[in-house]
Write a protein that binds this ligand. Sequence first.
Ligand code: MN3
Length: 204
Amino acid sequence: MFEQVKLNFASDALEPVIDTATVETHYGKHHAAYTKAFNDLAEKAGLSGKSAEEILGSLDSVQDDALRTGLRNQGGGYLNHNIYFEQLKPVSEAKKAPEGALLAQIEKQFGSVDGLKEELNALAASQFGSGWGWLGKKADGTLVTYKTANQDNNYSLNMDVTPVLTLDVWEHAYYLKYRNLRADYLKALWDLIDWSVAEARYNA
Ligand code: MN3
């Protein structure tokens, strides 16, 4: 049974960066719907015992086209939002900057944390239509920025990376407050990113 990650905050606690209605709709409706649909499809496909990462990483083994597409979209929607919501904390509680190995690698590759934010925001802002901007880690510890369309991720695309951070650029993530200003949402979102979660993912 796939379950939504528990939120580290009340639905109004991300104000003013993310408004209460967006949290309630995004987590309570969109993410909940992806989760239910993924559970239903995984059961139908006889894959309920596997992890979401395993299912998405072996979609080729699902023969039925509609089932495979459904698992890709709903499973991606389920997992991507778990990764997204897990890394968010209220402004007053989020760890504001990385330390240790992650910080060293960011400085080596991007010059500074601000340099990384700038590059990743530009990449996420450039995603045409719905999708995600990502910071990922390769097996050798190298960091990589990339973007994916719709609910695709490193697992469904069989990329040799694991997620460190993700930025949701579907309109449902920001449109109630930021309207068409995706770049403003991306800039503000960093105030909610809890770097202790990114460190744990990087050091895993
Ligand atoms: Mn979303």
